[in-house]
Write a protein that binds this ligand. Structure first.
Ligand code: SAT
Ligand code: MN
Length: 591
């Protein structure tokens, strides 16, 4: 019997000490390490990870403090088909989630976890989601056997001693147990137990499956906490836009994974929009509460970015490129002969002697990607030159507009404003997007993705939409709700809108609508700007191309509304009546 360090040396929480002991009894690790978040610890664990071949040091002149990790090639994205909400009843999980009975899940994963850490180290990672001292903040503790997870969690969360201090002697923390096992996909399960504030994840080392703070806690479990406590946990970036007059307004925007959230959160204004500045609060997750002013206030619960690497360049997202210059982890990107990194869409030609994401010499003519399409960077938000001075503000920031967006080749105009909160919730509820490489499965098919939460809502999506409507009733000063689409194409398959920094023009129209009554064209599906309503200074775009980007085509929308109806039918009785009515109204208006 191995003896482990006494938990009392680290925590005053009996509940935490007991839970760690319980997990150790189950998994039988050789060693238990309580992470304190210190610099010394980072150095020690990094050295161990390098010695074990888990991390490959990059050239320290070119990329100080940066490392490359290559995952098992069978473990490169979230696996939604083995992700379960284990609520007491199947109805509580709803039709859009996989459900497993809690007893069955604990038994099944318990059997896999039994003795799973023999010969390994069990790391205890206490962490805080949200700025320290914030009334929004929550404590989680992840137990893992993966040093890559520990080093990633120290970038992605405020972790270590500060979290134990915040927890004190309380028992109120998220319990996340993670073990990579042998990475056999048939033993891969990500199970959430909202009623126990607990997550068990086995068989994967990939970000969204293994960094339990992120999608598992901050979205799936937190959405349930938000339902019970009267707030929202959303798959949204938060960005601050400062006008030339010096006023800063905040926008929260929901997009499915790998649709450019990080790019929008770090947007670089086009030079022609003189005097505008953009500040990042968060790039993936927002926790939103009703403030004393009757408005919606948001924090980013995270502390770092886990962004998609391919397509990131000095042109598409210079702030991200600067953010990953130091102290970043790269997963499944390509490595250059001189110890730097490379990926498709970096806007520099592939250098000779490239090693691909699997660690093999890469040949351009093979047609294989050098970097995996879902390869990622993990970097501290403190590196971001555009980081908002309010990113650590315990009060959060007031939200002027909520934006829903997807990747749509047709139908969706560049920007569309809802008529009111209920209509905005309807827009979010019915949004669709083409699937991307962020989840295992087919890429490029349109699927309905309510609020970009389809894979992340921890309870019945019908009840979730009802919760949005309830929040709306309590907001005396609600944000306005918009829809955007940067990805519409012409008949030849060319993008109609230049995207990236130019997207600020659509955001500016929103702020102009809210604060200075800018014009728009009221259509049956919402209000869109006409070309003359957008600030197009310095933008070269053919008038016909812009018209196509802004167009609302009734024939296309009839197809859209029918498809939304299929989702609503699937949700069934749990769907709020008010949304069903909106759907009926819209179908009638398009006749
Ligand atoms: O893997 S994550 O879920 O963290 C990233 C994403 O898919 O959005
Ligand atoms: Mn995401």
């Amino acid at each position: 019997m191995t003896s482990h360090p006494a938990a009392d040396a680290f925590t005053k929480s009996r509940a935490l000490a007991n839970w760690v002991a319980e997990c150790a009894r189950l998994t039988q690790p050789d060693r238990i390490v309580w992470c304190d978040g210190s610099e010394d610890e980072r150095r020690r664990l990094t050295d161990e990870a390098v010695a074990a071949g888990v991390l490959i040091p990059l050239d320290h002149e070119k990329r100080p403090g940066c490392y490359l990790h290559r995952s098992n090639p069978n473990d490169v994205a979230r696996t939604e088909e083995v992700t379960f909400i284990c609520s007491p009843t199947k109805a509580a999980a709803g039709v859009t989630n996989n459900w497993m009975a809690p007893d069955e899940a604990y038994a099944k994963l318990g059997a896999l976890l039994k003795g799973s850490m023999a010969g390994r180290t069990l790391y205890v990672i206490p962490y805080v989601m949200g700025p320290l001292g914030s009334p929004f903040a929550k404590v989680g503790v992840e137990i893992t056997d993966s040093v890559y997870v520990v080093l990633s969690m120290r970038i992605m969360t405020r972790m270590g001693r500060a979290a134990l201090e915040m927890l004190g002697d309380a028992d109120d923390f998220n319990r996340g147990l993670h073990c990579t096992l042998d990475l056999d996909p048939s033993k891969r399960f990500i199970c959430h137990f909202p009623q126990d504030n607990t997550i068990w994840s086995v068989g994967s080392g990939y970000g969204g499956n293994a960094l339990l703070s992120k999608k598992c806690f901050a979205l799936r479990i937190a959405s349930c906490l938000g339902r019970d406590e009267g707030w929202l946990a959303e798959h949204m970036l938060i960005v601050g836009l400062q006008s030339p007059a010096g006023e800063t307004r905040y926008i929260a925007a929901a997009f499915p994974s790998a649709c450019g959230k990080t790019n929008l959160a770090m947007l670089t204004p086009p030079p022609a929009l003189k005097g505008w500045k953009v500040f990042t609060i968060g790039d993936d997750i927002a926790w939103l509460r009703i403030g004393p002013d009757g408005g919606l206030w948001a924090i980013n619960p995270e502390f770092g970015y886990f962004g998609v690497a391919p397509g990131t360049s000095m042109k598409s997202n210079p702030n991200a490129m600067l953010t990953v210059e130091r102290d970043a982890l790269f997963t499944n990107v390509a490595m250059t002969a001189d110890g730097d990194i490379w990926w498709e869409g970096m806007d520099v030609p592939a250098p000779a002697g490239l090693i691909d994401w699997r660690g093999r010499p890469w040949e351009a003519k093979s047609g294989d990607k050098a970097a995996h399409p879902n390869s990622r960077f993990t970097a501290p938000m403190g590196n971001n030159p555009a980081l908002s001075p309010h990113a650590n503000d315990p009060r959060g920031v007031p939200i002027s507009a909520i934006v829903f967006g997807g990747r749509r080749a047709t139908t969706m105009p560049l920007v569309l404003e809802s008529f009111d909160w209920t209509h905005g919730v309807f827009m979010g509820a019915t949004m669709g997007s083409e699937t991307t490489a962020a989840a295992a499965g087919k890429v490029g098919v349109v699927r309905r993705d309510p609020m970009a939460m389809l894979p992340f809502c921890g309870y019945n999506v019908g009840d979730y939409l009802g919760h949005w409507l309830e929040i709306g009733k309590r907001l005396t000063n609600p944000p306005r709700i918009f829809m955007v689409n940067w990805f519409r194409k012409d008949a030849e398959g060319n993008f109609l809108w230049p995207g990236y920094g130019e997207n600020l023009r659509a955001l500016k129209w929103m702020l102009d609508r809210i604060h200075s009554g800018a014009d728009g064209d009221r259509t049956p599906v919402g209000t869109t700007p006409q070309a003359g309503d957008l600030d197009l200074a310095g933008l070269e775009i053919a008038p016909d191309q812009l018209r196509q980007a802004l167009a609302v085509d009734a024939a296309e929308w009839r197809v859209e509304v029918a498809s939304a109806g299929e989702l609503f039918d699937k949700i069934g009785a749990a769907l709020p009546q008010a949304l069903r009515e909106k759907h009926r109204e819209l179908a009638a208006a398009l006749k």
